[in-house]
Design a protein around this ligand. Structure first.
Ligand code: 5GP
Ligand code: MN
Length: 380
């Protein structure tokens, strides 16, 4: 169900608004309402050239949504630059048109509007120069905010790609096999292979429609799940040797030295946290990665009973209820103390009541392991 206010015709280009330098629409009427696809299409129809971008360290939803939006704009006879601050991870480079996404730190116009996908704030792009342009914000994060000149936030969407699909259908555009491939990738990756909370019957209906439109689920799954770099497995080995368990909580980490030793790229960290959340009886998990400058990136995951987006947001990050992230000051031990101090009370609350209040099955043996096994955390 789409509860967005999407009255056709009510766009930022009302009487009195003028187009200024760089294509920016001067003094756009405040668009803080959550709007929908029709309002966005009205703006697109009136413009000629657009910038499409997403968050830094782009994931499958970011890359697939950017590409599909670029394809929609092309079908509508518009020009578009596709830009991210970080390069596209290897696993997504086989996506149709992926080589058209440029990497930049600053953007320059002229653009009629910037379409920001999957960002709960413009700073998530790590791109400079965006503030010069009329901003269309399309997002599905629990921590999504109406920061744009025009906003469409659907927290129930399985991926932003699902929203782009609705945009395409509303526009009456054709879902080409290339577009379907990009959009299927957004759904597959953002639902963790149809596992996470946002997976509903409509998610499978969408997957069916995209498959019928030409997405090849087997090939896409192979590109994503069976094309792992050796460096990623070596890094995973390092992370698993740092796996810790405390009742319903589990965490693991890699140091910058681990990254260097295994020749790992940033993208090799994606998914490592799943090895902690997948443990039977664990309700919340954390993966910590030491950055070169000693700050620490955290990936938080939950099986659904702990809202990790709330915890991430309190510490300056954000994300979804089941999957969120934040960057904290190092060293790892300090960042770990900080996150555990937030998570432990949440898990204690779970233990006090509610469903499955009994201790998780294998926690007892783990917590009573012999001391001196070398499993204590250190800063080294
Ligand atoms: P990941 O752990 O895979 O890096 O991120 C999980 C989810 O949290 C993604 O939806 C991502 O967009 C969001 N996320 C990760 N890090 C941050 C952050 O620093 N700030 C915000 N606002 N969201 C984040
Ligand atoms: Mn997403």
């Amino acid at each position: 169900m789409n509860h967005n206010d999407d009255r056709p015709g009510e766009t930022g280009h009302g009487p009195g608004s003028t187009q200024g330098e760089n294509g920016r629409i001067d003094n756009p009427p405040k668009q803080n309402l959550n709007r929908g696809p029709n309002a966005i299409l009205d703006v697109i129809r009136q413009g000629e050239k657009f910038l499409v971008c997403s968050h830094s360290r782009p994931d499958g939803d970011a890359v697939g949504s950017i590409l599909a939006t670029g394809m929609l704009l092309a079908q509508m006879g518009k020009r578009a630059d596709l830009v991210t601050a970080d390069r596209i991870p290897t696993m997504y480079r086989a996506l149709p048109g992926a080589d058209e996404i440029r990497t930049a730190m600053r953007v320059h116009g002229p653009y009629d509007a910037v379409i920001l996908l999957e960002c709960d704030g413009p700073e998530r792009t790590r791109l400079r120069g965006l503030e010069a342009f009329f901003t269309i914000n399309i997002d599905h994060h629990a921590t999504g905010r109406e920061f744009g000149d025009l906003n469409w936030i659907d927290r129930h969407a399985a991926s932003v790609g699902e929203m782009v699909y609705r945009l395409v259908k509303t526009a009456g555009a054709t879902v080409t096999p290339e577009m379907a491939t990009c959009l299927y990738t957004t759904v597959l990756t953002d639902t963790g292979g149809f596992c996470y909370g946002a997976t509903r019957a409509s998610t499978f209906a969408l997957a069916k429609e995209l498959t019928e439109a030409g997405a090849d689920p087997v090939r896409i799954a192979q590109d994503i799940y069976f094309s792992t770099a050796t460096s990623k497995l070596l890094l995973l080995g390092a992370a698993l040797s740092n796996l810790r368990r405390e009742g319903r909580l589990a965490w693991l980490w890699v140091t910058h030295q681990d990254m260097v030793r295994t020749c790992a790229a940033e993208e090799d960290c994606e998914g490592i946290v799943n090895y902690a959340i997948c443990i039977s009886g664990v309700e919340a998990a954390v993966f910590l990665r030491e950055l070169p400058e000693r700050r620490v990136r955290l990936s938080l995951r939950s099986k659904g009973r702990v809202n990790v987006s709330k915890i991430a947001a309190e510490l300056g990050g954000g994300g979804h209820e089941n999957a969120s992230g934040v960057t904290l000051e190092g060293p790892i031990s300090r960042a770990l103390d900080e996150i555990l101090a937030e998570l432990r009370p949440e898990l204690e609350l779970l233990a006090l009541g509610g469903r499955n209040a009994e201790e998780p099955e294998d926690a007892f043996a783990w917590e009573n392991r012999e001391a001196g096994t070398g499993l204590e955390i250190s800063d080294e």
